[in-house]
Design a protein around this ligand. Structure first.
Ligand code: ADP
Length: 162
């Protein structure tokens, strides 16, 4: 079975991520969206919450599953029997970061290959961090995240104020 993992922080998942998951599900027989348990940035949502939110948003993709991981992405890929790591590429900045990351992963395990998919035009400017910042400042993010995520953002920031 041709299997891939799609790792990331997904804090929270947005339409750019979902677009990549959709397209990867057509390319691979099975895709595991892998939510990184301890990313090197402050997260707004717990790992369990990030997993649950993605599950909710991709329930129509029958060959895609969601789970968390806390080890090296290459080790996690091997653990679940995936030979590929999928990454999304926005124009510009992402290329440098992702190419370095790919080289590191290839160095760690040359049997696993990295597939970078270009972000669709309408999601090129969509970042989880930017969504949180805009939302916090009262901006509209409805066209960038599924409805359920807008509601979760509202809840998360309301709780933070208490
Ligand atoms: P971010 O906080 O930048 O959204 P993540 O760690 O959650 O980053 O991203 C996981 C993967 O999804 C990475 O490969 C990232 O490049 C990709 N990705 C993030 N945003 C987009 C987007 N708007 N379009 C396509 N791919 C994206």
């Amino acid at each position: 079975m041709v299997k891939a993992i799609y790792p990331g922080s997904f804090d929270p998942v947005h339409n750019g991520h979902i677009d990549i998951a959709n397209r990867a599900s057509e390319l691979f027989e099975r895709v595991v969206i892998a939510v990184y348990d301890s990313p090197p940035k402050n997260v707004l949502f717990s790992t369990e919450k990030r997993v649950a939110m993605i599950r909710d948003c991709i329930s129509d993709l029958h060959n895609v599953e969601v789970t968390s991981f806390s080890n090296l992405a290459t080790d996690f890929a091997k653990q679940v029997g995936a030979k590929f790591i999928v990454r999304g590429l926005r124009a510009g900045y992402d290329f440098e970061y992702e190419s370095e990351m790919s080289l590191m992963w290839r160095n760690l395990n040359p049997e696993i290959d990295i597939i970078c998919m270009m972000s669709s035009l309408q999601y090129q400017f969509v970042y989880s961090s930017r969504i949180k910042e805009v939302f916090k400042l009262g901006g509209k993010v409805d066209s960038l995240v599924p409805e359920r995520i807008s509601a979760e953002l509202k809840k998360a920031y309301k709780n933070k104020e208490l």
